[in-house]
Design a protein around this ligand. Structure first.
Ligand code: PHE
Length: 505
């Protein structure tokens, strides 16, 4: 093809010419794209002093779409002249044509036609026998790059938007002081061997190209959920929280439910709501003293509570489940805290939980919970509200309200609402409460210690931030990996929407 071995063709041309060439002219002569020719010249320029170049520019005239139409069909005024014919025609018939209005005024200005108002309707009649369609001729000539028209004509054609002028930048190229048609192969790399055997002295090296773009390194990309998780972690850390260990998807019913004072006949402990693990189906190691206390508080009461008054069964507590909330982790951690000797603690976790849900656009059978736990002597609900206010402020959410709700393990319990400017309504963004004494005292925590907890989902804020409407586009087998690849490192403004709490508890 025309573009093959361009650098060599350029060198051979220069070899046989004295003055060199203009790239714009040469591209037209060789019938190749000007930019391709410039590319060929640029590649030769990496050889020092091989070529001498000078910037040149040329004004190019090109026909517009309308200019092209006129070049093939004639100018508007000429078409009016033809339509009128030697007998003349009604002005209304001229006006109907696409070229009629402009053509008539131009043809009248040129003195080709005139209006005859003597009869019933206005007629257009010819004033001369023959005319020459100059505009079409000019455009035809320009089209093949011939006969550059005079300045006045050029301005007129431009004004009528039949032609446009562009500036083409090119190079005048001539032989440089080190001109040769025999280019030595240029080395791209200086190797240890070249240094060792001294061959580097006779080699020519490719010039370093500081403009070339580097190769994007192949690397992994964080999933949007993981990016938002790291933001939440930063917020917790900045408020003095430490992270709980959550590496336990399989949990016993004991820690997931019983330790949280959730009665064994509670509907959430049903296969409709919870995934039970069949192999291994049970856990058998529990702290004996503590288990005994949990059993007592459920079945008979204690610590000032009348309990639930039912026959608590070990077999039920032993059943393994996929943990349904990270509060199971919090329970283990609070028990641990009591064993080690209580000290005020702020703890958080962000990890996966599982629920036997009906799947839809906003629900999957697994999702992530963000959970905070604050254990402190004489902690009150107003402390908890203060902590929420600070936590959500760091997310850019400032307008909070609380509504009483029910959790088996907290009293009082509050749903957290925030005002959503976009939706212009209060939406639920989290669930919270003060853990009950029936949960805390059997663990051995001091009586004056109160523990506050709260939870929200990681999926909701992530979907809102990354503009994902269907949870299945974010998580699971249908995820488009390009979405993860293209996702911004972070999104500055944290927005929120309804935290749809399931009717689980
Ligand atoms: N476990 C609750 C939920 O799944 C959240 C919560 C955590 C509520 C701690 C109160 C205290 O919605």
């Amino acid at each position: 093809g025309n573009e093959e071995n361009l650098p060599q063709r350029i060198l051979e041309l220069l070899d046989s010419s004295k003055e060199g060439f203009n790239s714009i002219t040469l591209a037209a002569e060789w019938k190749i794209d000007h930019q391709k020719l410039i590319g060929g010249i640029k590649s030769l320029l990496s050889n020092e002093r091989l070529l001498t170049t000078k910037d040149v520019s040329e004004n190019r005239l090109a026909l517009t779409a309308e200019g092209n139409q006129i070049a093939s069909e004639g100018s508007h005024e000429f078409r009016v002249f033809e339509l009128v014919g030697s007998d003349g025609c009604a002005q209304a018939d001229v006006a109907k044509q696409s070229f009629g209005k402009l053509g008539l005024s131009k043809a009248m200005a040129a003195g080709w036609v005139s209006l005859d108002k003597s009869g019933a309707g206005v007629r257009v009649i010819r004033k001369v026998q023959e005319v020459e369609d100059v505009v079409r001729k000019q455009l035809d000539a320009l089209k093949v790059g011939e006969s550059p028209v005079g300045d006045k004509e050029k301005q007129e054609l431009k004004k009528r938007k039949l032609i446009s002028e562009t500036v083409v930048k090119g190079l005048h190229v001539s032989k440089g002081p080190a001109f040769t048609t025999n280019l030595a192969k240029q080395e791209a790399d200086l190797t240890p061997e070249m240094i060792a055997n001294g061959s580097w002295k006779d080699k020519t090296f490719k010039k370093y190209n500081f403009d070339s773009l580097g190769v994007a390194p192949a690397s992994g990309h964080l999933h949007p959920l993981m990016k938002v998780r790291s933001e939440f972690r930063q917020i917790f850390f900045s408020m003095g929280f430490s992270e709980m260990q959550t590496n336990k998807y399989v949990e016993s019913s004991f820690w997931n439910f019983d330790a949280l004072f959730q009665p064994q006949q509670h509907p959430a402990r049903d296969a409709h709501d919870t995934f039970f693990v069949s192999d291994p189906s049970v856990s058998t190691k529990f702290p004996a003293d503590y288990l005994e206390k949990v059993k007592t508080v459920h079945s008979k009461g204690g610590f000032g509570s009348i309990g639930y008054n039912y026959d608590w069964k070990l077999e039920e507590a032993q059943k393994n489940v996929l943990r349904t909330h990270t509060t199971a982790v919090s329970a283990r951690q609070l028990y641990q805290l009591a064993q080690e000797g209580f000290k005020p603690s702020k703890l958080f976790s962000i990890d996966r939980v599982f629920r036997n849900e009906t799947l839809d656009a906003t629900h999957l059978a697994e999702f992530h919970q963000v959970e905070g736990v604050i254990a402190e002597r004489n902690l009150s609900l107003s402390h908890l509200i203060g902590i929420f206010t600070e936590f959500f402020k760091k997310l850019g959410i400032t307008n909070l309200r609380f509504k009483p709700t029910y959790n088996p393990y907290t009293e009082p319990s509050m749903e957290i609402f925030a005002y959503h400017d976009g939706l212009a309504k209060w939406v639920e963004i989290g669930n919270s409460g003060m853990f009950r004494p029936e949960m805390l005292l059997p663990m051995g925590l001091p009586e004056d210690v109160n523990v506050a907890g709260y939870g929200l989902s990681l999926e909701r804020p992530t979907m809102i931030r990354y503009g994902i409407n269907n949870i299945r586009d974010m998580f699971g087998p249908k995820v488009d990996l390009q979405m993860i690849y293209n996702g911004p490192i972070c999104v500055v403004q944290m927005q929120f929407e309804e935290y749809t709490r399931d009717e689980f508890y």
